[in-house]
Design a protein around this ligand. Structure first.
Ligand code: ADP
Ligand code: GLC
Length: 480
Protein backbone atom coordinates (compact mmCIF):
# COMPACT_ATOMS: atom_id res chain seq x y z
CA UNK A 1 0.00 0.00 0.00
CA UNK A 2 1.23 3.49 -0.85
CA UNK A 3 0.74 6.31 1.66
CA UNK A 4 1.75 9.94 1.38
CA UNK A 5 2.42 11.46 4.80
CA UNK A 6 2.18 15.26 4.76
CA UNK A 7 3.94 17.13 7.56
CA UNK A 8 5.48 20.52 8.17
CA UNK A 9 8.41 18.99 10.06
CA UNK A 10 10.13 15.62 10.11
CA UNK A 11 13.10 14.43 12.11
CA UNK A 12 16.04 14.46 11.25
CA UNK A 13 15.42 17.13 8.58
CA UNK A 14 13.62 19.76 10.62
CA UNK A 15 12.19 19.66 14.13
CA UNK A 16 10.54 22.10 16.51
CA UNK A 17 8.66 19.52 18.58
CA UNK A 18 7.16 16.07 18.87
CA UNK A 19 5.43 16.16 15.48
CA UNK A 20 8.84 15.82 13.81
CA UNK A 21 9.70 12.77 15.90
CA UNK A 22 6.41 11.10 15.01
CA UNK A 23 6.48 11.99 11.31
CA UNK A 24 10.09 10.74 11.19
CA UNK A 25 9.55 7.42 12.95
CA UNK A 26 6.11 6.23 11.78
CA UNK A 27 7.06 5.43 8.15
CA UNK A 28 9.78 3.03 9.21
CA UNK A 29 7.50 1.39 11.75
CA UNK A 30 4.91 0.78 9.03
CA UNK A 31 7.32 -0.77 6.52
CA UNK A 32 7.00 -4.29 8.01
CA UNK A 33 3.24 -4.05 7.38
CA UNK A 34 3.82 -3.72 3.66
CA UNK A 35 3.08 -0.02 3.75
CA UNK A 36 5.28 2.24 1.69
CA UNK A 37 5.30 5.82 2.92
CA UNK A 38 6.77 8.90 1.37
CA UNK A 39 6.77 12.05 3.46
CA UNK A 40 5.99 15.40 1.86
CA UNK A 41 7.72 18.28 3.64
CA UNK A 42 8.66 21.88 2.75
CA UNK A 43 12.32 22.40 1.84
CA UNK A 44 13.29 24.96 4.46
CA UNK A 45 16.96 26.00 4.44
CA UNK A 46 19.20 22.98 5.01
CA UNK A 47 16.56 20.34 4.25
CA UNK A 48 17.80 19.50 0.76
CA UNK A 49 21.41 19.20 2.02
CA UNK A 50 20.28 16.43 4.34
CA UNK A 51 18.71 14.31 1.59
CA UNK A 52 20.70 11.65 -0.24
CA UNK A 53 20.62 10.92 -3.07
CA UNK A 54 18.60 13.84 -4.39
CA UNK A 55 16.57 13.62 -7.56
CA UNK A 56 14.16 15.86 -9.40
CA UNK A 57 10.72 14.38 -8.99
CA UNK A 58 8.56 16.97 -10.74
CA UNK A 59 7.83 20.64 -10.99
CA UNK A 60 4.95 23.03 -10.43
CA UNK A 61 4.89 26.15 -12.61
CA UNK A 62 3.07 28.37 -10.12
CA UNK A 63 2.92 27.33 -6.49
CA UNK A 64 1.34 30.28 -4.72
CA UNK A 65 3.42 32.98 -6.33
CA UNK A 66 6.47 31.25 -7.74
CA UNK A 67 7.81 28.11 -9.36
CA UNK A 68 8.52 25.00 -7.32
CA UNK A 69 10.31 21.73 -7.76
CA UNK A 70 9.65 18.54 -5.84
CA UNK A 71 12.89 16.77 -4.91
CA UNK A 72 12.93 13.15 -3.81
CA UNK A 73 15.56 11.76 -1.49
CA UNK A 74 16.24 9.76 1.65
CA UNK A 75 17.03 10.90 5.17
CA UNK A 76 19.97 9.43 7.09
CA UNK A 77 17.47 7.14 8.81
CA UNK A 78 16.34 5.81 5.43
CA UNK A 79 12.94 7.53 5.21
CA UNK A 80 11.76 8.48 1.72
CA UNK A 81 11.03 12.16 1.43
CA UNK A 82 9.51 14.43 -1.18
CA UNK A 83 10.67 17.96 -0.42
CA UNK A 84 8.96 21.01 -1.88
CA UNK A 85 11.69 23.33 -3.11
CA UNK A 86 9.86 26.65 -3.42
CA UNK A 87 12.38 29.37 -2.50
CA UNK A 88 9.74 32.14 -2.47
CA UNK A 89 7.91 30.28 0.33
CA UNK A 90 10.49 28.37 2.36
CA UNK A 91 14.06 29.55 1.74
CA UNK A 92 14.44 32.22 4.40
CA UNK A 93 16.22 32.69 7.71
CA UNK A 94 14.03 32.00 10.73
CA UNK A 95 11.93 29.03 11.84
CA UNK A 96 9.42 26.94 9.92
CA UNK A 97 6.54 28.98 11.33
CA UNK A 98 8.06 32.10 12.88
CA UNK A 99 10.06 34.97 11.47
CA UNK A 100 13.28 35.92 13.31
CA UNK A 101 11.47 38.42 15.59
CA UNK A 102 9.17 35.63 16.87
CA UNK A 103 5.97 36.56 14.99
CA UNK A 104 4.20 34.20 12.58
CA UNK A 105 5.34 34.56 8.99
CA UNK A 106 2.72 36.88 7.46
CA UNK A 107 2.27 34.52 4.51
CA UNK A 108 1.80 31.30 6.51
CA UNK A 109 -1.56 30.90 4.72
CA UNK A 110 -0.09 30.38 1.25
CA UNK A 111 3.08 28.76 2.66
CA UNK A 112 1.10 25.86 4.10
CA UNK A 113 -1.68 25.90 1.53
CA UNK A 114 1.18 25.07 -0.84
CA UNK A 115 1.96 21.98 1.24
CA UNK A 116 -1.66 20.84 0.90
CA UNK A 117 -1.74 21.75 -2.77
CA UNK A 118 1.29 19.63 -3.67
CA UNK A 119 -0.28 16.76 -1.69
CA UNK A 120 -3.36 17.24 -3.87
CA UNK A 121 -1.31 17.07 -7.08
CA UNK A 122 0.46 13.92 -5.90
CA UNK A 123 -2.78 12.38 -4.66
CA UNK A 124 -4.54 12.95 -7.97
CA UNK A 125 -1.61 11.54 -9.93
CA UNK A 126 -0.86 14.92 -11.50
CA UNK A 127 2.77 15.04 -10.37
CA UNK A 128 5.32 12.28 -10.89
CA UNK A 129 4.59 8.61 -11.28
CA UNK A 130 4.01 7.48 -7.70
CA UNK A 131 0.37 7.86 -6.74
CA UNK A 132 -0.60 7.28 -3.11
CA UNK A 133 -3.73 5.36 -2.14
CA UNK A 134 -3.93 7.28 1.12
CA UNK A 135 -2.95 10.83 1.96
CA UNK A 136 -2.23 11.22 5.69
CA UNK A 137 -2.07 14.84 6.83
CA UNK A 138 -0.58 15.98 10.14
CA UNK A 139 -1.84 19.05 12.02
CA UNK A 140 -3.15 22.34 10.64
CA UNK A 141 -0.22 22.93 8.32
CA UNK A 142 -1.33 19.95 6.23
CA UNK A 143 -5.04 20.46 6.91
CA UNK A 144 -5.94 21.70 3.44
CA UNK A 145 -4.71 18.47 1.80
CA UNK A 146 -7.87 16.45 2.60
CA UNK A 147 -10.01 19.48 1.71
CA UNK A 148 -8.38 20.10 -1.68
CA UNK A 149 -8.70 16.40 -2.51
CA UNK A 150 -12.36 16.18 -1.50
CA UNK A 151 -13.16 19.39 -3.39
CA UNK A 152 -11.41 18.20 -6.56
CA UNK A 153 -14.59 16.37 -7.56
CA UNK A 154 -12.77 13.43 -9.09
CA UNK A 155 -11.48 10.00 -8.05
CA UNK A 156 -9.12 10.60 -5.16
CA UNK A 157 -7.12 8.72 -2.55
CA UNK A 158 -8.57 8.14 0.92
CA UNK A 159 -7.56 10.73 3.51
CA UNK A 160 -6.59 10.73 7.17
CA UNK A 161 -5.72 13.66 9.40
CA UNK A 162 -3.91 13.36 12.71
CA UNK A 163 -4.32 16.06 15.34
CA UNK A 164 -1.06 16.54 17.23
CA UNK A 165 -2.27 19.71 18.89
CA UNK A 166 -5.74 21.17 18.50
CA UNK A 167 -4.69 24.50 20.02
CA UNK A 168 -2.93 25.41 16.78
CA UNK A 169 -5.54 25.70 14.05
CA UNK A 170 -4.15 27.83 11.22
CA UNK A 171 -6.81 30.56 10.98
CA UNK A 172 -6.75 33.03 8.09
CA UNK A 173 -9.08 35.80 6.90
CA UNK A 174 -12.03 35.05 4.67
CA UNK A 175 -10.56 37.52 2.17
CA UNK A 176 -7.79 35.00 1.44
CA UNK A 177 -10.23 32.38 0.13
CA UNK A 178 -9.46 32.95 -3.53
CA UNK A 179 -5.70 33.25 -3.00
CA UNK A 180 -5.79 29.96 -1.07
CA UNK A 181 -7.48 28.31 -4.07
CA UNK A 182 -10.60 27.40 -2.13
CA UNK A 183 -13.95 27.60 -3.93
CA UNK A 184 -16.61 29.85 -2.31
CA UNK A 185 -18.83 26.78 -1.87
CA UNK A 186 -16.26 25.42 0.60
CA UNK A 187 -16.76 28.37 2.95
CA UNK A 188 -19.57 26.83 4.99
CA UNK A 189 -19.96 25.52 8.50
CA UNK A 190 -19.42 21.96 7.30
CA UNK A 191 -16.50 23.08 5.12
CA UNK A 192 -13.48 25.28 5.82
CA UNK A 193 -15.30 28.09 7.66
CA UNK A 194 -14.50 28.60 11.35
CA UNK A 195 -16.13 31.57 13.07
CA UNK A 196 -15.94 33.73 9.96
CA UNK A 197 -12.40 32.75 9.08
CA UNK A 198 -10.71 29.98 7.11
CA UNK A 199 -9.53 27.19 9.41
CA UNK A 200 -6.90 24.84 8.02
CA UNK A 201 -7.31 22.28 10.81
CA UNK A 202 -11.07 22.69 10.65
CA UNK A 203 -10.90 21.97 6.92
CA UNK A 204 -8.94 18.79 7.51
CA UNK A 205 -11.33 17.64 10.22
CA UNK A 206 -14.35 18.38 8.05
CA UNK A 207 -13.11 16.66 4.89
CA UNK A 208 -10.81 13.77 5.89
CA UNK A 209 -12.22 10.25 5.80
CA UNK A 210 -10.65 9.35 9.17
CA UNK A 211 -9.50 11.51 12.07
CA UNK A 212 -6.94 10.43 14.60
CA UNK A 213 -5.15 11.98 17.50
CA UNK A 214 -2.14 10.94 19.50
CA UNK A 215 -3.65 9.40 22.65
CA UNK A 216 -6.97 7.85 23.68
CA UNK A 217 -7.45 10.37 26.51
CA UNK A 218 -6.89 13.35 24.19
CA UNK A 219 -9.38 11.83 21.72
CA UNK A 220 -11.97 12.02 24.51
CA UNK A 221 -10.86 15.39 25.87
CA UNK A 222 -11.09 17.25 22.54
CA UNK A 223 -14.72 16.25 22.23
CA UNK A 224 -15.47 18.51 25.19
CA UNK A 225 -15.40 22.32 25.49
CA UNK A 226 -12.42 22.51 27.86
CA UNK A 227 -9.92 20.96 25.43
CA UNK A 228 -11.80 21.21 22.13
CA UNK A 229 -10.81 24.81 21.27
CA UNK A 230 -14.16 25.33 19.52
CA UNK A 231 -13.85 22.19 17.41
CA UNK A 232 -15.46 19.87 19.99
CA UNK A 233 -18.88 20.03 18.30
CA UNK A 234 -17.46 18.93 14.97
CA UNK A 235 -15.44 16.19 16.67
CA UNK A 236 -18.50 14.88 18.50
CA UNK A 237 -20.30 14.87 15.18
CA UNK A 238 -17.46 12.87 13.61
CA UNK A 239 -16.77 10.71 16.68
CA UNK A 240 -17.51 7.57 14.65
CA UNK A 241 -14.40 8.10 12.52
CA UNK A 242 -12.18 9.56 15.27
CA UNK A 243 -9.68 7.44 17.19
CA UNK A 244 -6.78 7.99 19.57
CA UNK A 245 -3.52 6.10 18.99
CA UNK A 246 -0.81 6.68 21.58
CA UNK A 247 2.48 7.67 19.93
CA UNK A 248 5.46 5.39 20.09
CA UNK A 249 9.07 6.49 20.38
CA UNK A 250 12.08 5.72 18.25
CA UNK A 251 13.67 3.16 20.56
CA UNK A 252 16.90 3.14 18.55
CA UNK A 253 17.44 6.90 18.69
CA UNK A 254 16.40 6.95 22.35
CA UNK A 255 18.24 4.06 23.98
CA UNK A 256 20.42 4.67 27.04
CA UNK A 257 22.36 1.48 26.25
CA UNK A 258 23.62 2.79 22.90
CA UNK A 259 22.93 6.55 22.84
CA UNK A 260 25.97 8.22 21.24
CA UNK A 261 24.96 11.62 22.64
CA UNK A 262 25.38 10.68 26.32
CA UNK A 263 28.56 10.33 28.35
CA UNK A 264 27.97 6.97 30.03
CA UNK A 265 25.68 4.34 28.55
CA UNK A 266 23.59 2.15 30.85
CA UNK A 267 20.67 -0.20 31.04
CA UNK A 268 18.20 -1.36 33.67
CA UNK A 269 20.73 -3.81 35.11
CA UNK A 270 23.43 -1.15 35.43
CA UNK A 271 21.58 1.83 36.85
CA UNK A 272 24.55 2.99 38.88
CA UNK A 273 26.19 3.96 35.56
CA UNK A 274 23.38 6.48 35.06
CA UNK A 275 24.78 8.51 37.97
CA UNK A 276 27.96 9.27 36.01
CA UNK A 277 25.83 11.20 33.50
CA UNK A 278 24.55 13.36 36.36
CA UNK A 279 28.09 14.10 37.57
CA UNK A 280 29.06 15.26 34.11
CA UNK A 281 25.90 17.28 33.47
CA UNK A 282 26.17 19.05 36.83
CA UNK A 283 29.72 20.03 36.02
CA UNK A 284 28.80 21.17 32.52
CA UNK A 285 25.84 23.26 33.71
CA UNK A 286 27.49 24.69 36.81
CA UNK A 287 25.27 22.90 39.32
CA UNK A 288 26.84 22.14 42.71
CA UNK A 289 28.37 18.66 42.68
CA UNK A 290 25.91 16.95 45.03
CA UNK A 291 25.81 13.33 43.85
CA UNK A 292 23.26 12.29 46.47
CA UNK A 293 20.78 15.07 45.65
CA UNK A 294 17.83 14.21 43.43
CA UNK A 295 18.18 15.98 40.09
CA UNK A 296 14.89 17.09 38.54
CA UNK A 297 14.68 18.37 35.00
CA UNK A 298 12.33 20.19 32.65
CA UNK A 299 12.84 19.71 28.93
CA UNK A 300 10.14 21.51 27.07
CA UNK A 301 8.85 24.30 24.97
CA UNK A 302 8.44 27.08 27.54
CA UNK A 303 4.77 27.91 27.12
CA UNK A 304 1.71 28.44 29.24
CA UNK A 305 0.18 25.19 28.00
CA UNK A 306 3.24 23.26 29.20
CA UNK A 307 2.59 24.50 32.76
CA UNK A 308 6.14 25.73 33.35
CA UNK A 309 4.77 28.37 35.74
CA UNK A 310 3.34 25.54 37.88
CA UNK A 311 6.75 23.90 38.07
CA UNK A 312 8.38 27.18 39.06
CA UNK A 313 5.62 27.63 41.64
CA UNK A 314 6.56 24.27 43.14
CA UNK A 315 10.32 24.98 43.07
CA UNK A 316 10.49 25.44 46.83
CA UNK A 317 9.29 21.86 47.29
CA UNK A 318 12.24 20.59 45.24
CA UNK A 319 14.83 22.79 46.93
CA UNK A 320 13.61 22.28 50.48
CA UNK A 321 13.68 18.56 49.85
CA UNK A 322 17.34 18.83 48.92
CA UNK A 323 16.79 18.59 45.16
CA UNK A 324 18.23 20.45 42.20
CA UNK A 325 16.54 21.50 38.97
CA UNK A 326 17.85 21.84 35.42
CA UNK A 327 15.69 23.49 32.74
CA UNK A 328 16.24 23.29 28.99
CA UNK A 329 13.78 25.01 26.70
CA UNK A 330 12.71 27.99 24.69
CA UNK A 331 9.42 29.69 24.04
CA UNK A 332 7.34 32.55 25.39
CA UNK A 333 9.54 35.47 26.53
CA UNK A 334 7.82 35.90 29.92
CA UNK A 335 8.21 32.23 30.76
CA UNK A 336 11.81 32.21 29.59
CA UNK A 337 12.42 35.20 31.88
CA UNK A 338 10.78 33.46 34.84
CA UNK A 339 12.88 30.34 34.27
CA UNK A 340 16.05 32.47 34.10
CA UNK A 341 15.07 34.33 37.27
CA UNK A 342 14.63 31.04 39.15
CA UNK A 343 18.17 30.05 38.19
CA UNK A 344 19.56 33.44 39.20
CA UNK A 345 17.82 33.22 42.58
CA UNK A 346 19.29 29.79 43.32
CA UNK A 347 22.76 29.62 41.83
CA UNK A 348 24.28 26.16 41.90
CA UNK A 349 20.90 24.54 42.60
CA UNK A 350 18.80 25.64 39.64
CA UNK A 351 20.07 26.16 36.13
CA UNK A 352 18.22 27.33 33.03
CA UNK A 353 19.45 26.89 29.49
CA UNK A 354 17.38 28.82 26.97
CA UNK A 355 17.74 27.26 23.56
CA UNK A 356 17.16 24.17 21.53
CA UNK A 357 19.80 21.45 21.70
CA UNK A 358 19.04 17.87 20.65
CA UNK A 359 22.08 16.28 22.23
CA UNK A 360 21.69 18.21 25.49
CA UNK A 361 18.12 16.89 25.58
CA UNK A 362 19.51 13.34 25.53
CA UNK A 363 22.01 14.25 28.24
CA UNK A 364 19.21 15.65 30.43
CA UNK A 365 17.27 12.41 30.10
CA UNK A 366 20.35 10.34 30.90
CA UNK A 367 21.39 12.46 33.90
CA UNK A 368 18.19 13.43 35.70
CA UNK A 369 16.42 11.35 38.32
CA UNK A 370 13.00 12.76 37.49
CA UNK A 371 11.44 14.78 34.68
CA UNK A 372 8.62 17.24 35.33
CA UNK A 373 5.88 17.43 32.70
CA UNK A 374 3.24 19.69 34.29
CA UNK A 375 1.25 20.42 31.09
CA UNK A 376 -2.23 21.92 31.32
CA UNK A 377 -3.07 20.01 28.17
CA UNK A 378 -0.94 17.40 26.39
CA UNK A 379 -2.05 15.51 23.30
CA UNK A 380 0.56 12.81 23.83
CA UNK A 381 3.87 14.13 25.10
CA UNK A 382 7.10 12.38 24.23
CA UNK A 383 9.50 13.55 26.92
CA UNK A 384 7.78 11.44 29.59
CA UNK A 385 8.17 8.42 27.28
CA UNK A 386 11.87 9.16 26.83
CA UNK A 387 12.05 9.62 30.61
CA UNK A 388 10.54 6.17 31.19
CA UNK A 389 13.04 4.64 28.77
CA UNK A 390 15.96 6.36 30.51
CA UNK A 391 14.83 5.49 34.04
CA UNK A 392 14.13 9.18 34.65
CA UNK A 393 10.85 8.97 36.50
CA UNK A 394 8.18 11.24 35.04
CA UNK A 395 6.12 13.51 37.28
CA UNK A 396 3.20 14.31 35.01
CA UNK A 397 -0.13 16.09 34.97
CA UNK A 398 -3.03 13.66 34.69
CA UNK A 399 -4.09 14.78 31.23
CA UNK A 400 -4.00 13.53 27.62
CA UNK A 401 -1.20 11.18 26.72
CA UNK A 402 0.54 11.82 30.04
CA UNK A 403 -2.37 10.14 31.83
CA UNK A 404 -2.21 7.26 29.35
CA UNK A 405 1.49 6.52 29.65
CA UNK A 406 2.58 6.91 33.28
CA UNK A 407 1.34 4.74 36.14
CA UNK A 408 1.19 6.70 39.38
CA UNK A 409 3.21 5.40 42.32
CA UNK A 410 0.20 5.05 44.59
CA UNK A 411 0.66 2.70 47.55
CA UNK A 412 -1.22 0.00 45.66
CA UNK A 413 0.80 0.43 42.46
CA UNK A 414 4.06 0.42 44.42
CA UNK A 415 3.01 -2.73 46.18
CA UNK A 416 2.11 -4.69 43.06
CA UNK A 417 5.08 -3.34 41.10
CA UNK A 418 3.07 -1.44 38.46
CA UNK A 419 4.23 2.11 39.26
CA UNK A 420 6.34 3.96 36.69
CA UNK A 421 6.15 7.60 37.85
CA UNK A 422 3.91 10.17 39.49
CA UNK A 423 0.69 11.82 38.40
CA UNK A 424 -1.02 14.92 39.77
CA UNK A 425 -4.20 16.85 38.98
CA UNK A 426 -3.48 19.04 35.94
CA UNK A 427 -3.27 22.76 36.58
CA UNK A 428 -2.85 22.51 40.37
CA UNK A 429 0.40 23.70 41.89
CA UNK A 430 -0.57 22.14 45.23
CA UNK A 431 -1.08 18.77 43.59
CA UNK A 432 2.29 19.13 41.86
CA UNK A 433 3.95 19.94 45.19
CA UNK A 434 2.40 16.82 46.65
CA UNK A 435 3.66 14.69 43.75
CA UNK A 436 7.17 16.11 44.14
CA UNK A 437 7.01 15.35 47.87
CA UNK A 438 6.01 11.77 47.10
CA UNK A 439 8.89 11.48 44.65
CA UNK A 440 11.34 12.75 47.28
CA UNK A 441 10.08 10.19 49.79
CA UNK A 442 10.56 7.38 47.28
CA UNK A 443 13.94 8.70 46.22
CA UNK A 444 15.08 8.45 49.82
CA UNK A 445 14.52 4.68 49.57
CA UNK A 446 17.05 3.72 46.88
CA UNK A 447 15.87 0.12 46.48
CA UNK A 448 12.24 1.14 46.01
CA UNK A 449 13.21 3.94 43.60
CA UNK A 450 15.34 1.57 41.58
CA UNK A 451 12.49 -0.92 41.34
CA UNK A 452 10.26 1.76 39.83
CA UNK A 453 13.05 2.79 37.45
CA UNK A 454 13.44 -0.81 36.27
CA UNK A 455 9.71 -1.14 35.79
CA UNK A 456 9.61 2.14 33.81
CA UNK A 457 12.50 1.03 31.60
CA UNK A 458 10.85 -2.32 30.86
CA UNK A 459 7.65 -0.83 29.44
CA UNK A 460 7.26 -1.11 25.68
CA UNK A 461 6.68 2.30 24.11
CA UNK A 462 8.11 1.30 20.76
CA UNK A 463 6.19 1.96 17.56
CA UNK A 464 5.22 -1.72 17.27
CA UNK A 465 1.74 -1.45 18.74
CA UNK A 466 0.86 2.00 17.35
CA UNK A 467 2.12 1.00 13.90
CA UNK A 468 -0.26 -1.97 13.94
CA UNK A 469 -3.13 0.37 14.77
CA UNK A 470 -2.25 2.75 11.92
CA UNK A 471 -1.89 -0.21 9.55
CA UNK A 472 -5.38 -1.43 10.56
CA UNK A 473 -6.75 2.07 10.02
CA UNK A 474 -5.21 2.29 6.55
CA UNK A 475 -6.53 -1.16 5.64
CA UNK A 476 -10.02 -0.15 6.72
CA UNK A 477 -9.80 2.53 4.01
CA UNK A 478 -7.96 0.55 1.31
CA UNK A 479 -8.57 -3.17 1.71
CA UNK A 480 -5.68 -5.31 0.41
P1 ADP B 1 5.66 19.21 21.92
O1 ADP B 1 5.69 18.59 20.58
O2 ADP B 1 4.31 19.68 22.34
O3 ADP B 1 6.69 20.26 22.11
P2 ADP B 1 6.51 16.59 22.86
O4 ADP B 1 6.79 16.11 24.24
O5 ADP B 1 5.64 15.76 22.03
O6 ADP B 1 5.99 18.08 23.00
O7 ADP B 1 7.87 16.68 22.03
C1 ADP B 1 8.87 17.55 22.34
C2 ADP B 1 10.12 17.11 21.59
O8 ADP B 1 10.98 18.21 21.46
C3 ADP B 1 10.90 16.02 22.28
O9 ADP B 1 11.61 15.27 21.33
C4 ADP B 1 11.86 16.83 23.16
O10 ADP B 1 13.01 16.11 23.51
C5 ADP B 1 12.17 17.97 22.23
N1 ADP B 1 12.53 19.23 22.87
C6 ADP B 1 11.72 20.12 23.49
N2 ADP B 1 12.40 21.20 23.89
C7 ADP B 1 13.68 20.98 23.53
C8 ADP B 1 14.89 21.75 23.65
N3 ADP B 1 14.91 22.95 24.23
N4 ADP B 1 16.03 21.22 23.14
C9 ADP B 1 16.01 20.00 22.55
N5 ADP B 1 14.92 19.25 22.41
C10 ADP B 1 13.77 19.73 22.88
C1 GLC C 1 2.31 17.83 19.59
C2 GLC C 1 1.80 17.69 21.01
C3 GLC C 1 2.53 16.62 21.80
C4 GLC C 1 2.71 15.36 20.98
C5 GLC C 1 3.38 15.70 19.66
C6 GLC C 1 3.57 14.47 18.77
O1 GLC C 1 3.40 18.65 19.49
O2 GLC C 1 1.87 18.92 21.70
O3 GLC C 1 1.80 16.30 22.96
O4 GLC C 1 3.50 14.43 21.69
O5 GLC C 1 2.59 16.60 18.95
O6 GLC C 1 2.35 13.85 18.46
Amino acid sequence: MRVLSVASEVYPLVKTGGLADVAGALPQALAPHGIEIKTLVPAYPGVLDRLHPRENYGSVADLFGGPARVISGRTTSGAEVLAIHAPHLYQRAGGPYLAPGGADWPDNGPRFAALGWVARLLGLGLLGSWQPQIVHAHDWQAGLAPAYLALAGTARPATVITIHNIAFQGLFPYADLYELRLPPRAFTIDGVEFHGRIGFLKAGLAFADRLTTVSPSYAREIQGPQHGHGLDGLLRHRAGVLSGILNGIDTAAWDPASDPMIAERYDAEHLSDKARNAVILRRRLGLEPRPKAPLFCILSRLTQAKGIDLALGALHQILSGGGQLAILGAGEPLIEAAARAAAEAHPGQVVTIIGYDESLAHQFQAAADAILVPSRTEPCGLTQLYGLRYGTLPIVARVGGLADSVIDASDAALEDGAATGFQFAAGSVDALRDAIARALVLFAQPEAWRAVQRRAMSRDFSWRTPARRYAELYRSLVPA
